[in-house]
Ligand binder design. Structure first.
Ligand code: ASP
Length: 718
């Protein structure tokens, strides 16, 4: 019995030392987690990870288009990121004749690499704690709005002086709910060209069925190249540009990993909310997630059916469908995980301890922390209807029928705001954006989206929060939203390129703007927008200011009153971070244990005739012949994906997975479904990130795509 207890204890110890919660600011690694990382297998020092004075790993890490992460993998500016991160660019270069989404794309020489207007790649030059400077002119008890205004203007002054005389830009963000501020000096490159992408049957293998799922067999990668001017400085897209020479590019480890090996993820995690109260978590689980899932159920059904009708629509809606489906499936998983983990009860238990310590700390801190949870409770009741209206507004306006957002563009012609001398330029701009908009637009699909989504949107809102368009549909169309949508699409000038161009060609200033104001699509967008501006926003802003103060104080309280609960790390906010863990399987449910690797055998096992699990013929042959070249594991198999216990989130897509020597072993692209709750609560026993093995990436580039010349650019460590 005694031996058994010791064994269990040891097991518990090894387990908890493997799973690591936290996303750390690279410049703070030394003091916070360097020794822990080293004890888990990191052979490097904190200075190797981040160094302002000489090149370090951070110089290979790229913020890709402000959303995903990417990394430098050659001294010639070759950049690796996910297929799903380059998806929009791959789609943009695709047509029915040249369908790169279906067939893949590989530039055989630099001349064939494809330019991408508006795509950019950002490096971090320096990270600096500017808390004292940012907060210098604020004081406790100041009204929140005033405090924020002071902070905003101070940030501008600090940032401007930091980049003066350089070509750098700056970002200053709050951390720990505004208890701290950090500045990031950045260098941004605007000429980033598409080099290669596998077919979606590799890069997106398993599509929505496999998204957020383990075991996984997706080769989720694409390659780009950064170009610079002759002095290696950022430059606008130009044929005169040359491949960028990075300060550092990642060596690539060819030996693979085994369970228990150290891993770290270096990248730009987007957003987490680890310190929410039970009230906020309850809102997410019971109201926010179910309602936004429902909105997306509707849009995904409609878009999915349309995409099956023609290749043209399939290509037009590929990136939109993915964007909508990705979060939709994540929220479903997140709710499952939070409920299964009793997240609300766990938060309540934490709050009980917080309150007990707050009461004990009165002699030291006065009443600062004692009333805060009560205040949260009251405030959440007040803010919820407004927060919910905003959440639903996002779904209809940003992820719903595009005709609404498109019509909004024409507000630029409002004579109250437009100077007469700017009219011509504005008309030209609108024509240009119309051309882009209609390239990926199918009116019948959008009409269906409008009918179904507007109905759902208005039905879930409280009467006092509904836009006036509700009365129009009820009174003039008997509540028939399909009829309303059909009429709008018939009458509006904003539903086809021909109609828009014809209207703009005849545009005559104020008189024509009156026509816009009568356009049913414009009326709809204005109704939704004005409702938000008048009925929702002012109260939401006021209450959010109160909430900011509570969140800031609560965060400070957690760190002060419960210092031993955990090593506190700031929530993700799209700034550079490092997470670390170990290659490790997990037990998703009773009786099931997941192994941390998959191999190409699993690709053939999943293969069927549906679009989601089609396997390209050439890949089948390579696998059947075990023609893996130098990319096979020492076990003779071709490893495809692996999982580890690194704490990641959206934005970490495309992040390098590095071994203890800082060598590239994989490309992060996802989390398991059970892990999606980690944005709110990290459970070390089940939260795992998913990576594609770098050797599978190179195998596809070399053996499948016959692009071995790219592999030759890289520094392979055997
Ligand atoms: N696949 C994810 C995403 O695109 C990455 C993650 O959240 O772990 O957002």
């Amino acid at each position: 019995m005694k031996q058994f207890c010791i064994a269990v204890l040891l097991l518990g110890l090894t387990f908890s030392s493997r799973a690591k919660e936290g996303m750390w600011i690279p410049s703070l690694i030394k003091n916070l987690v360097e020794s822990d990382m080293q004890s888990m297998g990191m052979k490097l020092s904190a200075e190797d990870l981040y160094n302002f004075n000489k090149s370090s790993l951070k110089d290979a890490i790229v913020h890709f288009n402000g959303g995903c992460t990417a990394e430098m993998i050659s001294d010639n500016g070759l950049l690796l990121t996910n297929h799903h991160c380059g998806y929009y660019q791959i789609q943009t270069h695709s047509s029915v004749e040249n369908d790169y989404l279906t067939n893949g794309f590989w530039a055989k020489s630099k001349e064939e690499e494809l330019k991408n207007p508006n795509l950019f790649a950002t490096f971090i030059i320096k990270i600096e704690d500017v808390t004292k400077k940012v907060l210098a002119n604020t004081r406790d008890g100041m009204p929140e709005a005033k405090r924020q205004a002071i902070i905003d203007s101070t940030i501008k002054v600090i940032g401007k002086s930091a980049v003066e005389g350089t070509h750098y830009e700056y970002i200053i963000r709050p951390f720990f709910y505004g208890n701290q501020y950090y500045m990031f000096l950045t260098e941004k490159y605007n000429d980033v060209r598409l080099v290669g992408a596998p077919p979606s049957s590799i890069g997106k293998f398993g599509f929505d069925t496999d998204n957020w799922v383990w075991p996984r067999h997706t080769g989720d990668f694409s390659m780009f190249r950064i170009y610079a001017d002759k002095d290696n400085k950022p430059a606008d897209i130009s044929d005169d540009n040359v491949p960028y020479k990075p300060r550092y590019s990642l060596p690539i480890n060819m030996n693979g990993t085994k369970p228990g090996d150290f891993t770290m993820i270096y990248g730009f995690p987007g957003r987490t909310s680890e310190y929410l109260t039970s009230y906020a978590v309850e809102y997410t689980i019971k109201k926010q997630n179910p309602n936004r899932i429902k909105m997306r159920d509707i849009s995904l059904d409609i878009i999915g059916a349309s995409m099956k009708t023609s290749d043209k629509v399939r290509i037009q809606y590929a990136a939109k469908q993915s964007r909508i489906a990705n979060a939709w499936k994540k929220w479903i998983g997140q709710n499952k995980g939070l409920i299964a983990n009793d997240a609300i009860a766990k938060k309540q238990e934490l709050e009980k301890r917080f309150l007990a310590n707050a009461n004990m700390s009165i002699p030291k801190h006065g009443l600062k922390y004692t009333k805060i949870l009560n205040k949260f409770e009251v405030l959440y009741k007040e803010i919820e209807p407004y927060a919910f209206s905003w959440d639903m507004f996002i779904e209809i306006y940003y992820y719903g029928p595009e005709v609404i957002r498109f019509a909004m563009n024409f507000n630029k012609l409002n004579p109250e705001k437009l100077k007469p001398e700017d009219l011509e330029k504005t008309l030209e701009g609108l024509k240009k954006s119309a051309k882009g908009h209609f390239k990926n637009y199918h009116d019948a699909t959008d009409q269906k989206l409008l009918g179904a989504m507007l109905k759902q949107y208005l039905s879930v809102l409280d009467e006092t929060k509904r836009a006036a368009i509700y009365a129009t549909v009820e009174d003039d169309f008997g509540g028939d939203y399909e009829k309303y949508a059909a009429r709008l699409f018939k009458k509006s000038n904003f539903t086809s390129l021909e109609k828009v161009n014809a209207f703009l060609d005849k545009y005559k200033g104020e008189k024509s703007f009156k026509k816009i104001q009568k356009d049913p699509a414009y009326k709809l967008c204005m109704s939704l927008y004005n409702n938000y501006q008048k009925n929702i926003r002012p109260e939401l802003v006021r209450l959010n200011n109160e909430l900011n103060l509570l969140n800031r104080t609560y965060m400070e309280g957690l760190m002060t009153l419960l210092p031993k609960d955990k090593k506190y790390y700031p929530d993700a906010n799209s700034t550079l971070r490092i997470a670390y863990g170990k290659v490790d399987g997990y037990e998703p449910k009773d009786g099931v244990k997941y192994y941390p690797f998959t191999t190409t055998e699993g690709i053939l096992a999943k293969k069927d005739t549906t679009k989601e699990f089609t396997v390209p013929k050439k890949l089948v042959t390579l696998i059947e012949n075990k023609d893996y070249g130098q990319y096979a594991d020492s076990d003779g198999k071709m490893h495809v994906c692996f999982i580890a216990s690194n704490h990641t989130t959206g934005g970490n897509s495309g992040s390098p997975a590095l071994n203890g020597n800082g060598e590239l072993i994989g490309l992060n692209f996802d989390r398991t479904w059970e892990s999606t709750m980690s944005d709110i609560m990290f459970d070390p026993t089940i939260c795992r990130n998913i990576m594609v093995d770098i050797r599978y990436v190179l195998f596809i580039v070399d053996k499948y795509a016959d692009s071995g010349h790219l592999v030759e650019e890289m520094n392979l460590i055997k």
